[in-house]
Design a binder for this molecule. Structure first.
Ligand code: CTP
Ligand code: MG
Length: 234
């Protein structure tokens, strides 16, 4: 049996959000989950990987929480300044990776700080599936509930064909130069960009969807954190 060769990669972690939907006393990436902060769990999955070339976290300019974490002193982790929107934070992180020696044709994985339950199996699946892909792609989950399109009155307008609908997760894996140019171009054109794939789509590419685990969820609301806490306790 041949063992697949995993490509080496850089990681950019956007972590400059305020977590308004969590309604907590601090940005959600610094909330505690099973004895560590959420962002420390998120980083662990990458720091333990032999293919890691370097990691950039994009942080709010005046972030009082990061310097208190042990990982702030880890030489493999560098910080960049976050921006007003997630896409600005990602672009800043990509540019910083270039100053650290990342090349335009290197793979870069962008992963939300608030997504602490990424499994090593999913990470390796993404790397293996996309290793030879000309564009790159993302972990995603095929929609499994029946989907409705709502009207302005809050009532169902129609049932949508769910077989072609996927939820976009992270990590999203692209070539650094292509992603930076797509993000810069889309932001410059005033296009709303909510993930890296949408920037590549704007640039005319068709990122690959790699089926991932549904429990790689982004902590968004208080119940997401409660769910992860219960799961990790059992
Ligand atoms: N993020 C970022 N820079 C921003 C906004 C968001 O780096 N200007 C990061 C967040 O820290 C998070 C990820 O992008 O890790 C996903 O964003 P989201 O879940 O929307 O986080 P927040 O913006 O912090 O939350 P909310 O939208 O509820 O305020
Ligand atoms: Mg947000």
């Amino acid at each position: 049996m041949t063992v697949p060769v995993l490509p080496s990669f850089w990681v950019v972690i956007p972590a400059a959000g305020v977590g308004s939907r969590m309604r907590a006393d601090r940005p959600k990436q610094y909330l505690s989950l099973a004895g560590k902060t959420i962002i420390e769990h998120t980083l662990d999955c990458f720091l333990g990987h032999p293919g890691l070339l370097g990691l950039v976290v994009s942080l709010a300019v005046q972030d009082p929480y990061w310097p208190q974490l042990g990982c702030a002193a880890d030489p493999r982790i560098q910080r960049a300044d976050g921006g007003a929107e997630r896409a600005d934070s990602v672009l800043s992180g990509l540019r910083h990776a270039s100053t650290l020696g990342a090349r335009d044709d290197d793979w870069v994985l962008v992963h939300d700080a608030a997504r602490p339950n990424l499994s090593r199996d999913d990470l390796d699946k993404l790397l293996v599936d996309l290793a030879d892909d000309p564009v790159g792609g993302l972990l995603a989950v095929a929609a499994h509930d029946t989907l409705k399109r709502a009207g302005a009155d809050g009532r169902v307008q129609e049932t949508v064909d769910r077989s072609v609908i996927w939820q976009a997760f992270t990590p999203q894996m692209f070539r650094l130069g292509a992603l930076r140019n797509a993000l810069a171009g889309a932001l410059g054109a005033g296009v709303a960009i909510t993930d890296e794939a949408s920037a590549l789509e704007w640039a005319g590419h068709r990122p690959a969807l790699v089926q991932g685990r549904a429990d790689n969820l982004k902590v968004t609301r208080p119940e997401d954190l409660q769910w992860l806490e219960q799961r990790w306790r059992s």
